[in-house]
Design a protein around this ligand. Structure first.
Ligand SMILES: NC(=O)c1ccc[n+]([C@@H]2O[C@H](COP(=O)([O-])OP(=O)(O)OC[C@H]3O[C@@H](n4cnc5c(N)ncnc54)[C@H](OP(=O)(O)O)[C@@H]3O)[C@@H](O)[C@H]2O)c1
Length: 264
């Protein structure tokens, strides 16, 4: 069944809902009638979005200001949902960030934070909600990876490695869950105009415009993936071609090309 029909006892959790793709996911899930739990650190942004969604749709919206790098914050989030008497019917693990430069020259805390958020938080939240979804024989997890998952990326070494983890873990789980009514979809966007670029220090002029897909379109394809239980979603035909190239081109070719693109 994947993402079940909306119910007052159920909630769909969206992490990283204070901007970009996550805010769009929350809007679109609410438009389908789902109650949504919005999670990120910037509470003012979440409250603003919650107001906007409540004004447009007859759904319940809760706001959870959490630093998901912290295990205790994740447990508090899960605890708050459980004590509200609701279960998680859908989870969009979207919160994430990147960094650009030679990994050993970057701030170690910023590098480690990517492992804590992009990997540990996603892994924890996924495995925390899937057992109940399996008991109910319905539920959908959307794990946001990236085009960076398909090959190592000199200049974004930590980020690409975290997204390779997301992809490998999520695709394996998708196969493990076959026949249970629960799905895990991996969303692999290429470049999207969001705050991500600024946070990661990416020079946007290095990405050809034709690779760009809007946050709305990426979210729409992600939500469709949750509804249909798709294993993997790569928005945009050029990004699908690049993903294939990243996966199958010999590393001896792909590594110097990406190094030149990101670090020169
Ligand atoms: N934009 C792209 O080009 C692109 C391409 C491929 C994949 N992606 C992936 O798409 C996902 C969404 O990114 P985006 O493009 O929408 O970027 P964004 O606009 O920067 O959004 C990132 C979200 O993550 C949240 N976040 C960051 N650190 C957090 C923490 N410690 N705890 C809780 N939430 C945290 C941010 O909220 P707060 O700062 O309020 O906490 C924000 O809501 C990420 O996983 C990213 O890796 C993006």
């Amino acid at each position: 069944m994947s993402l079940p029909v909306p119910s007052p006892e159920a909630v769909v959790v969206v992490t990283g809902a204070s901007s970009g793709i996550g805010a769009e996911l929350a809007r679109q899930l609410a438009a389908l009638g789902h109650d949504v739990a919005l999670v990120a650190r910037r509470e003012d942004r979440l409250q603003e979005l919650a107001e906007e969604i409540r004004a447009g749709h007859e759904v319940q919206v809760t706001v959870h200001a959490s630093d998901l790098r912290e295990r205790a914050a994740r447990e508090a989030l899960l605890g708050a949902i459980a004590s509200s008497g609701r279960h998680v019917a859908g989870l969009a693990n979207n919160a994430g960030y990147g960094s650009t430069g030679r990994a050993w020259e970057l701030d170690l805390e910023v590098e480690e934070g990517q492992i804590e958020l992009n990997i540990e938080a996603l892994h924890h939240l996924t495995l925390a909600v899937v057992p109940e979804m399996v008991r109910r024989r319905a539920g959908a997890v959307l794990n946001v990876a990236s085009g960076a998952a398909f090959q190592p990326m000199p200049g974004m070494a930590t980020y690409a490695a975290t997204k390779a983890f997301v992809q490998s873990f999520s695709e394996a789980l998708h196969a493990e869950l076959a026949g249970t009514g629960v799905s895990v979809t991996t969303l692999c966007p290429g470049p999207v105009d969001t705050e991500f670029t600024e946070v990661a220090g990416i020079d946007e002029s290095r990405f050809p415009g034709l690779l760009k897909v809007s946050a709305e379109e990426v979210a729409e394809q992600g939500v469709r993936g949750m509804l249909t239980g798709k294993r993997s979603v790569i928005p945009g035909t050029p990004n699908q071609a690049l993903a294939l190239a990243g996966r199958y081109t010999p590393r001896s070719v792909v590594l110097p090309v990406l190094k030149r693109q990101t670090l020169s």
